[in-house]
Write a protein that binds this ligand. Structure first.
Ligand SMILES: NC(=O)c1ccc[n+]([C@@H]2O[C@H](COP(=O)([O-])OP(=O)(O)OC[C@H]3O[C@@H](n4cnc5c(N)ncnc54)[C@H](OP(=O)(O)O)[C@@H]3O)[C@@H](O)[C@H]2O)c1
Length: 223
């Protein structure tokens, strides 16, 4: 693990869900301190305890989303798009100066499958940037399969994680967080204004998964 992230505490809002839980377990196994956040502190503590029982790592704890934000150095947002804006409005000042990693994919589903939802701000990540003006907002981990993250039989997750943001140092830290998970590689993917198409690409990946019965990811060639 790189020195720039070794001492960081990672808080995961919505860490009781498949994505947040999966990232928590992978980062905890890599040696990072992780706090699972939830709207319900007891549910967060229960998830942290399950992670301990599954992996034996004891540097995972659980807190309500606001306390999780206050304690963490880096805050990952892993909640459904439906509740995204309202949640961010509740963490406000607690996130000032901190790196926020938005992993939210604004998608809808109908009988023809997944499709992108138009977000007035351009993307969920830009919505986060507007809701949290004091935070260093980045966007990443949109294409990670929570199924693979939570599968103990998958020691490595082969995937390039596109990391977007306007703050170079912040995107470097988030790239290092991706690199800390075996098999993953963090790749700078552009400024935050380009997050919309990265979020929307998840609809294509879900369609690929359904057709080919897999957990598809992306790899960037030429690097
Ligand atoms: N699943 C994946 O493979 C995957 C991969 C990449 C990105 N993503 C994105 O990551 C986000 C989380 O995905 P997920 O599958 O883990 O979602 P999820 O299970 O639907 O939700 C995650 C957690 O968010 C909290 N939550 C639910 N509704 C909420 C609301 N209205 N307001 C605030 N918090 C709420 C819940 O925790 P509490 O009830 O404990 O608060 C829930 O456990 C989504 O935006 C998704 O697009 C998912």
């Amino acid at each position: 693990m790189s020195d720039e992230i070794r001492d960081l505490t990672i808080g995961i809002l919505g860490g009781t869900g498949p994505l947040g839980r999966g990232l928590a377990i992978r980062w905890a196994r890599a040696g990072l301190r992780v706090i699972v956040g939830s709207r319900d502190a007891d549910r967060a503590a229960k998830t942290a305890n399950e992670i301990f029982e599954q992996s034996g790592v004891d540097h995972v704890s659980g807190l309500g989303n606001l306390d999780c934000t206050s304690v963490a150095d880096v805050v990952v947002v892993a909640v459904p798009y439906d509740g995204h804006k309202a949640l961010l409005e509740t963490i406000g000042g607690a996130v000032d100066g901190k790196i926020v990693v938005d992993a939210v994919n604004p998608l809808g589903f109908d009988k023809r499958g997944p499709y992108r939802i138009d977000v007035p701000e351009g993307s969920a990540a830009e919505e986060a940037e507007q809701a949290l003006p004091g935070a260093r907002v980045t966007a990443a981990f949109h294409h990670v399969s929570a199924v693979l993250l939570n599968d103990p039989d998958q020691p490595e997750i082969p995937l390039d994680v596109l990391v977007l943001g306007d703050d170079r140092e912040a995107t470097d830290v988030v790239r290092a967080l991706a690199d800390a998970i075996p098999g993953m590689r963090g790749v700078y993917g552009g400024r935050l204004r380009n997050a919309g198409q990265v979020e929307a690409l998840t609809a294509n990946l879900i369609a690929i998964n359904r057709r080919y019965k897999t957990h598809a990811g992306v790899r960037v060639t030429g690097l």
